[in-house]
Ligand binder design. Sequence first.
Ligand SMILES: Nc1ncnc2c1ncn2[C@@H]1O[C@H](COP(=O)(O)OP(=O)(O)OP(=O)(O)O)[C@@H](O)[C@H]1O
Length: 360
Amino acid sequence: MEELPAADPAPAPVPVSISAPAPTPGSVPVPVPEPEPVPAPVTVPVAPDSGESVIATSALTKRYRGGQLAVDRLDLAVPAGSVFGFLGPNGSGKTTTIRMLMGLIEPTSGTARVLGRPMPGASRAVLPHVGALIEGPALYGFLSGRDNLMRYDAADPTADPRTRRTRVAAALDRVGLTPAAGKKAKAYSLGMKQRLGLAAALLQPRRLLVLDEPTNGLDPQGMREIRALIREVASEGTTVFLSSHLLDEIEQVCTHAAVMAQGRLIAQGAVAELAAGARGRLVVTTPDVGDAARVLKEQGITDVVVEENRVTGEPPGRELADITAALVAAGVRVRGFGLERASLEDAFVALTGEGFDVAG
Ligand SMILES: Nc1ncnc2c1ncn2[C@@H]1O[C@H](COP(=O)(O)OP(=O)(O)OP(=O)(O)O)[C@@H](O)[C@H]1O
Protein backbone atom coordinates (compact mmCIF):
# COMPACT_ATOMS: atom_id res chain seq x y z
CA MET A 1 0.00 0.00 0.00
CA GLU A 2 1.32 3.48 -0.79
CA GLU A 3 2.60 5.74 1.94
CA LEU A 4 0.08 8.14 3.38
CA PRO A 5 1.11 11.70 4.16
CA ALA A 6 1.90 12.42 7.77
CA ALA A 7 -1.22 13.15 9.73
CA ASP A 8 -1.45 16.30 11.79
CA PRO A 9 -2.00 16.50 14.73
CA ALA A 10 0.05 13.51 15.83
CA PRO A 11 -1.87 10.26 15.48
CA ALA A 12 -3.04 8.43 18.54
CA PRO A 13 -1.69 5.09 19.62
CA VAL A 14 -3.54 2.01 18.53
CA PRO A 15 -6.05 0.59 19.04
CA VAL A 16 -7.81 3.56 20.57
CA SER A 17 -9.37 5.86 17.99
CA ILE A 18 -8.47 9.20 19.34
CA SER A 19 -7.71 12.58 17.96
CA ALA A 20 -7.66 15.88 19.67
CA PRO A 21 -8.82 18.36 18.71
CA ALA A 22 -11.70 17.02 16.63
CA PRO A 23 -10.57 16.49 13.06
CA THR A 24 -11.55 18.71 10.20
CA PRO A 25 -12.59 17.14 6.92
CA GLY A 26 -9.64 16.63 4.63
CA SER A 27 -6.86 16.82 7.17
CA VAL A 28 -7.53 14.27 9.80
CA PRO A 29 -5.23 11.86 11.53
CA VAL A 30 -5.24 8.11 11.35
CA PRO A 31 -3.68 5.86 13.95
CA VAL A 32 -0.36 4.25 13.10
CA PRO A 33 1.25 1.20 14.67
CA GLU A 34 3.54 1.63 17.60
CA PRO A 35 7.17 0.86 16.74
CA GLU A 36 7.27 -2.40 18.67
CA PRO A 37 4.66 -5.01 17.83
CA VAL A 38 2.38 -6.15 20.58
CA PRO A 39 2.59 -9.90 20.92
CA ALA A 40 -0.45 -11.74 19.62
CA PRO A 41 -2.80 -13.37 20.49
CA VAL A 42 -5.15 -11.03 22.26
CA THR A 43 -5.88 -13.49 25.03
CA VAL A 44 -4.07 -11.46 27.66
CA PRO A 45 -4.36 -11.97 31.38
CA VAL A 46 -7.06 -9.42 31.91
CA ALA A 47 -9.12 -10.02 35.01
CA PRO A 48 -12.51 -11.65 34.35
CA ASP A 49 -15.60 -9.45 34.38
CA SER A 50 -17.33 -11.29 37.16
CA GLY A 51 -17.72 -9.20 40.23
CA GLU A 52 -14.95 -6.74 39.60
CA SER A 53 -15.50 -3.26 38.30
CA VAL A 54 -14.54 -2.83 34.68
CA ILE A 55 -13.19 0.60 35.59
CA ALA A 56 -12.08 1.38 39.12
CA THR A 57 -10.20 4.45 40.23
CA SER A 58 -8.93 5.37 43.63
CA ALA A 59 -8.21 8.97 44.58
CA LEU A 60 -7.36 9.57 40.91
CA THR A 61 -6.05 13.10 40.56
CA LYS A 62 -4.77 15.21 37.69
CA ARG A 63 -3.23 18.60 38.09
CA TYR A 64 -2.09 20.13 34.81
CA ARG A 65 1.22 21.93 34.56
CA GLY A 66 -0.42 25.31 34.72
CA GLY A 67 -1.73 24.33 38.15
CA GLN A 68 -5.28 23.54 37.05
CA LEU A 69 -6.74 20.76 39.23
CA ALA A 70 -8.83 19.02 36.57
CA VAL A 71 -9.64 15.81 38.48
CA ASP A 72 -9.64 15.71 42.24
CA ARG A 73 -9.39 12.40 44.15
CA LEU A 74 -11.86 10.53 41.98
CA ASP A 75 -13.17 7.14 43.16
CA LEU A 76 -15.06 5.61 40.28
CA ALA A 77 -16.54 2.11 40.08
CA VAL A 78 -18.05 1.03 36.77
CA PRO A 79 -19.87 -2.32 37.09
CA ALA A 80 -19.43 -4.93 34.38
CA GLY A 81 -22.30 -4.92 31.92
CA SER A 82 -23.44 -1.40 32.74
CA VAL A 83 -24.01 1.51 30.43
CA PHE A 84 -22.26 4.02 32.61
CA GLY A 85 -22.87 7.72 32.09
CA PHE A 86 -20.10 10.06 33.12
CA LEU A 87 -22.01 13.25 33.57
CA GLY A 88 -20.83 16.76 34.18
CA PRO A 89 -20.86 20.24 32.72
CA ASN A 90 -18.11 21.30 30.32
CA GLY A 91 -14.80 21.58 32.12
CA SER A 92 -15.74 19.26 34.98
CA GLY A 93 -12.89 16.85 34.23
CA LYS A 94 -14.54 14.14 32.12
CA THR A 95 -12.09 14.15 29.22
CA THR A 96 -9.12 14.35 31.55
CA THR A 97 -10.42 11.29 33.41
CA ILE A 98 -10.96 9.37 30.18
CA ARG A 99 -7.45 10.22 29.02
CA MET A 100 -6.06 8.84 32.25
CA LEU A 101 -8.20 5.71 31.96
CA MET A 102 -6.91 5.10 28.46
CA GLY A 103 -3.30 5.60 29.55
CA LEU A 104 -2.89 8.69 27.40
CA ILE A 105 -1.84 10.94 30.26
CA GLU A 106 -0.32 10.10 33.63
CA PRO A 107 -2.26 10.86 36.76
CA THR A 108 -0.65 13.24 39.21
CA SER A 109 -1.60 10.83 41.98
CA GLY A 110 -4.03 8.03 42.69
CA THR A 111 -4.65 4.88 40.66
CA ALA A 112 -6.82 3.70 37.78
CA ARG A 113 -7.63 0.10 36.90
CA VAL A 114 -9.29 -0.88 33.65
CA LEU A 115 -10.42 -4.48 33.12
CA GLY A 116 -8.74 -5.25 36.40
CA ARG A 117 -5.29 -4.03 35.33
CA PRO A 118 -3.45 -0.85 36.29
CA MET A 119 -3.33 2.00 33.80
CA PRO A 120 -1.24 3.30 32.17
CA GLY A 121 1.09 0.41 33.11
CA ALA A 122 -0.99 -2.35 31.50
CA SER A 123 -2.08 -0.34 28.43
CA ARG A 124 -0.74 -2.90 25.99
CA ALA A 125 -2.67 -5.73 27.56
CA VAL A 126 -5.83 -3.76 28.21
CA LEU A 127 -6.34 -1.55 25.18
CA PRO A 128 -6.98 -4.33 22.64
CA HIS A 129 -10.12 -5.11 24.64
CA VAL A 130 -11.25 -1.50 24.68
CA GLY A 131 -12.91 0.38 21.85
CA ALA A 132 -12.69 4.11 22.28
CA LEU A 133 -14.02 7.18 20.57
CA ILE A 134 -12.61 10.30 22.08
CA GLU A 135 -13.21 13.81 20.81
CA GLY A 136 -14.30 12.76 17.36
CA PRO A 137 -13.08 9.90 15.22
CA ALA A 138 -9.64 9.94 13.67
CA LEU A 139 -10.27 9.78 9.93
CA TYR A 140 -8.60 10.49 6.64
CA GLY A 141 -11.00 12.68 4.70
CA PHE A 142 -9.64 11.66 1.31
CA LEU A 143 -10.16 7.96 1.95
CA SER A 144 -13.50 6.21 1.75
CA GLY A 145 -15.20 5.10 4.92
CA ARG A 146 -14.27 1.51 4.13
CA ASP A 147 -10.61 2.37 3.43
CA ASN A 148 -10.42 4.36 6.64
CA LEU A 149 -11.46 1.25 8.54
CA MET A 150 -9.03 -0.92 6.56
CA ARG A 151 -6.19 1.48 7.42
CA TYR A 152 -7.32 1.66 10.99
CA ASP A 153 -7.44 -2.08 11.39
CA ALA A 154 -4.08 -2.47 9.64
CA ALA A 155 -2.62 -0.12 12.24
CA ASP A 156 -3.76 -2.42 15.03
CA PRO A 157 -1.07 -5.04 15.65
CA THR A 158 -3.56 -7.29 17.41
CA ALA A 159 -5.95 -7.40 14.43
CA ASP A 160 -5.87 -10.45 12.18
CA PRO A 161 -5.29 -9.30 8.57
CA ARG A 162 -6.97 -12.47 7.21
CA THR A 163 -10.33 -11.46 8.64
CA ARG A 164 -9.89 -7.72 8.04
CA ARG A 165 -12.17 -7.37 5.04
CA THR A 166 -14.96 -9.34 6.68
CA ARG A 167 -14.68 -7.47 9.97
CA VAL A 168 -14.64 -4.10 8.22
CA ALA A 169 -17.75 -5.03 6.24
CA ALA A 170 -19.48 -6.23 9.40
CA ALA A 171 -18.57 -3.05 11.29
CA LEU A 172 -19.84 -0.85 8.46
CA ASP A 173 -23.03 -2.84 8.34
CA ARG A 174 -23.49 -2.58 12.05
CA VAL A 175 -23.41 1.22 12.04
CA GLY A 176 -25.57 1.45 8.90
CA LEU A 177 -22.81 2.77 6.65
CA THR A 178 -22.68 -0.01 4.05
CA PRO A 179 -24.41 2.12 1.40
CA ALA A 180 -21.93 4.97 1.99
CA ALA A 181 -18.86 2.76 2.47
CA GLY A 182 -17.27 3.82 -0.84
CA LYS A 183 -17.77 7.55 -0.28
CA LYS A 184 -14.85 9.72 0.82
CA ALA A 185 -15.02 10.39 4.55
CA LYS A 186 -14.81 14.13 3.98
CA ALA A 187 -18.21 13.93 2.30
CA TYR A 188 -19.70 12.31 5.41
CA SER A 189 -22.00 14.24 7.69
CA LEU A 190 -20.93 14.66 11.30
CA GLY A 191 -23.27 11.83 12.30
CA MET A 192 -21.79 9.53 9.67
CA LYS A 193 -18.27 10.37 10.84
CA GLN A 194 -19.29 9.59 14.37
CA ARG A 195 -20.78 6.28 13.26
CA LEU A 196 -17.60 5.49 11.33
CA GLY A 197 -15.65 6.20 14.50
CA LEU A 198 -17.88 3.77 16.35
CA ALA A 199 -17.38 1.20 13.60
CA ALA A 200 -13.61 1.60 14.11
CA ALA A 201 -14.05 1.03 17.82
CA LEU A 202 -16.08 -2.09 17.06
CA LEU A 203 -13.78 -3.75 14.53
CA GLN A 204 -12.97 -6.37 17.12
CA PRO A 205 -15.10 -7.70 19.96
CA ARG A 206 -14.59 -5.38 22.90
CA ARG A 207 -15.19 -5.81 26.57
CA LEU A 208 -15.36 -2.08 27.11
CA LEU A 209 -16.39 0.79 24.91
CA VAL A 210 -15.34 4.28 26.00
CA LEU A 211 -17.12 7.15 24.28
CA ASP A 212 -16.40 10.79 24.99
CA GLU A 213 -19.48 12.90 24.26
CA PRO A 214 -20.55 10.55 21.43
CA THR A 215 -23.54 12.64 20.35
CA ASN A 216 -21.89 16.05 20.56
CA GLY A 217 -22.85 18.22 17.61
CA LEU A 218 -25.29 15.71 16.16
CA ASP A 219 -28.84 16.49 15.12
CA PRO A 220 -31.68 14.67 16.90
CA GLN A 221 -31.76 11.90 14.30
CA GLY A 222 -28.00 11.39 14.56
CA MET A 223 -28.30 11.30 18.34
CA ARG A 224 -31.01 8.67 18.17
CA GLU A 225 -28.88 6.51 15.88
CA ILE A 226 -25.86 6.65 18.15
CA ARG A 227 -27.95 5.95 21.24
CA ALA A 228 -29.58 2.96 19.56
CA LEU A 229 -26.14 1.62 18.70
CA ILE A 230 -24.96 2.08 22.26
CA ARG A 231 -27.95 0.11 23.56
CA GLU A 232 -27.30 -2.62 21.03
CA VAL A 233 -23.63 -2.94 21.91
CA ALA A 234 -24.52 -3.02 25.60
CA SER A 235 -27.16 -5.69 25.04
CA GLU A 236 -24.39 -7.91 23.70
CA GLY A 237 -22.56 -7.69 27.01
CA THR A 238 -20.03 -4.93 26.31
CA THR A 239 -19.70 -2.46 29.16
CA VAL A 240 -20.16 1.06 27.82
CA PHE A 241 -18.65 4.09 29.52
CA LEU A 242 -19.82 7.33 27.98
CA SER A 243 -19.31 10.91 28.98
CA SER A 244 -21.98 13.46 28.39
CA HIS A 245 -23.07 16.87 29.49
CA LEU A 246 -26.65 15.98 28.53
CA LEU A 247 -28.77 14.86 31.45
CA ASP A 248 -31.57 13.47 29.35
CA GLU A 249 -29.09 11.47 27.30
CA ILE A 250 -27.82 9.78 30.44
CA GLU A 251 -31.37 9.10 31.58
CA GLN A 252 -32.25 7.60 28.21
CA VAL A 253 -29.36 5.23 27.70
CA CYS A 254 -27.54 4.66 30.95
CA THR A 255 -28.11 2.14 33.71
CA HIS A 256 -25.55 3.81 35.97
CA ALA A 257 -24.05 7.25 36.24
CA ALA A 258 -21.43 9.30 38.00
CA VAL A 259 -21.95 13.01 38.41
CA MET A 260 -18.92 15.29 38.23
CA ALA A 261 -18.63 18.96 39.10
CA GLN A 262 -15.38 20.91 39.09
CA GLY A 263 -13.20 17.82 38.98
CA ARG A 264 -14.90 16.11 41.88
CA LEU A 265 -17.27 13.19 42.03
CA ILE A 266 -20.60 14.31 43.42
CA ALA A 267 -22.45 11.00 43.26
CA GLN A 268 -22.48 7.67 41.47
CA GLY A 269 -24.79 4.69 41.29
CA ALA A 270 -27.75 3.28 39.39
CA VAL A 271 -29.55 6.05 37.49
CA ALA A 272 -32.90 5.13 39.03
CA GLU A 273 -31.43 5.30 42.51
CA LEU A 274 -29.68 8.61 41.87
CA ALA A 275 -32.92 10.16 40.71
CA ALA A 276 -34.87 8.59 43.55
CA GLY A 277 -32.44 10.20 45.98
CA ALA A 278 -33.82 13.58 44.99
CA ARG A 279 -37.28 14.61 46.04
CA GLY A 280 -39.82 15.14 43.28
CA ARG A 281 -42.04 18.18 42.90
CA LEU A 282 -45.56 18.78 44.06
CA VAL A 283 -47.56 19.68 40.96
CA VAL A 284 -51.00 21.29 40.83
CA THR A 285 -52.55 21.59 37.38
CA THR A 286 -55.15 24.36 37.34
CA PRO A 287 -56.36 27.33 35.31
CA ASP A 288 -56.31 29.35 38.56
CA VAL A 289 -52.54 29.48 38.94
CA GLY A 290 -52.44 32.72 40.95
CA ASP A 291 -54.87 31.50 43.61
CA ALA A 292 -53.25 28.08 43.69
CA ALA A 293 -49.81 29.61 44.30
CA ARG A 294 -51.21 31.74 47.11
CA VAL A 295 -52.89 28.78 48.81
CA LEU A 296 -49.77 26.61 48.48
CA LYS A 297 -47.67 29.32 50.13
CA GLU A 298 -50.27 29.68 52.89
CA GLN A 299 -49.99 25.95 53.40
CA GLY A 300 -46.28 26.29 53.97
CA ILE A 301 -45.14 24.96 50.59
CA THR A 302 -41.76 26.40 49.64
CA ASP A 303 -40.15 27.15 46.28
CA VAL A 304 -43.53 27.73 44.62
CA VAL A 305 -43.13 28.18 40.87
CA VAL A 306 -46.00 29.33 38.66
CA GLU A 307 -46.04 27.96 35.13
CA GLU A 308 -48.70 28.02 32.46
CA ASN A 309 -51.64 26.01 33.80
CA ARG A 310 -49.66 24.57 36.67
CA VAL A 311 -47.98 25.45 39.91
CA THR A 312 -45.15 23.43 41.41
CA GLY A 313 -43.43 23.47 44.77
CA GLU A 314 -41.36 21.47 47.22
CA PRO A 315 -43.33 18.44 48.42
CA PRO A 316 -44.79 19.03 51.89
CA GLY A 317 -43.69 17.00 54.86
CA ARG A 318 -47.31 16.27 55.71
CA GLU A 319 -50.53 14.77 54.38
CA LEU A 320 -51.15 15.73 50.73
CA ALA A 321 -54.92 15.55 51.29
CA ASP A 322 -54.71 18.64 53.53
CA ILE A 323 -53.29 20.61 50.65
CA THR A 324 -55.98 19.51 48.20
CA ALA A 325 -58.66 20.33 50.76
CA ALA A 326 -57.24 23.85 51.17
CA LEU A 327 -57.11 24.36 47.41
CA VAL A 328 -60.70 23.22 46.97
CA ALA A 329 -61.91 25.30 49.93
CA ALA A 330 -60.32 28.37 48.30
CA GLY A 331 -62.25 27.70 45.10
CA VAL A 332 -59.20 26.68 43.06
CA ARG A 333 -60.27 24.48 40.14
CA VAL A 334 -57.86 21.56 40.46
CA ARG A 335 -57.43 19.52 37.28
CA GLY A 336 -54.47 17.53 38.49
CA PHE A 337 -52.61 17.10 41.72
CA GLY A 338 -49.69 14.90 42.65
CA LEU A 339 -45.99 14.33 43.10
CA GLU A 340 -43.88 14.30 39.98
CA ARG A 341 -41.01 11.83 39.91
CA ALA A 342 -37.59 13.36 40.38
CA SER A 343 -35.35 13.46 37.34
CA LEU A 344 -31.60 13.14 37.24
CA GLU A 345 -31.58 16.90 36.81
CA ASP A 346 -33.42 17.30 40.12
CA ALA A 347 -30.83 15.01 41.66
CA PHE A 348 -28.00 17.07 40.22
CA VAL A 349 -29.52 20.31 41.48
CA ALA A 350 -30.11 18.74 44.88
CA LEU A 351 -26.54 17.43 45.02
CA THR A 352 -24.72 20.51 43.83
CA GLY A 353 -27.13 23.22 44.89
CA GLU A 354 -26.95 24.67 41.42
CA GLY A 355 -28.52 24.22 38.02
CA PHE A 356 -26.97 22.02 35.39
CA ASP A 357 -25.40 24.45 32.99
CA VAL A 358 -25.24 22.63 29.70
CA ALA A 359 -23.80 25.63 27.94
CA GLY A 360 -20.68 25.24 30.09
N1 LIG B 1 -4.01 20.15 28.68
C1 LIG B 1 -4.54 20.91 29.62
N2 LIG B 1 -3.77 21.83 30.29
C2 LIG B 1 -4.29 22.61 31.25
N3 LIG B 1 -5.58 22.56 31.66
C3 LIG B 1 -6.39 21.69 31.04
C4 LIG B 1 -5.93 20.82 30.00
N4 LIG B 1 -6.96 20.06 29.57
C5 LIG B 1 -8.04 20.43 30.32
N5 LIG B 1 -7.70 21.41 31.18
C6 LIG B 1 -8.57 22.03 32.18
O1 LIG B 1 -9.00 21.02 33.08
C7 LIG B 1 -10.38 21.18 33.41
C8 LIG B 1 -11.14 19.92 33.05
O2 LIG B 1 -11.15 19.80 31.63
P1 LIG B 1 -11.76 18.53 30.86
O3 LIG B 1 -11.55 18.76 29.41
O4 LIG B 1 -11.24 17.31 31.47
O5 LIG B 1 -13.29 18.67 31.24
P2 LIG B 1 -14.55 18.07 30.51
O6 LIG B 1 -15.53 17.79 31.58
O7 LIG B 1 -14.15 16.95 29.65
O8 LIG B 1 -15.06 19.26 29.65
P3 LIG B 1 -15.32 19.31 28.08
O9 LIG B 1 -16.60 18.58 27.88
O10 LIG B 1 -15.40 20.79 27.82
O11 LIG B 1 -14.12 18.66 27.44
C9 LIG B 1 -10.84 22.41 32.68
O12 LIG B 1 -10.78 23.51 33.57
C10 LIG B 1 -9.84 22.57 31.56
O13 LIG B 1 -9.70 23.92 31.22
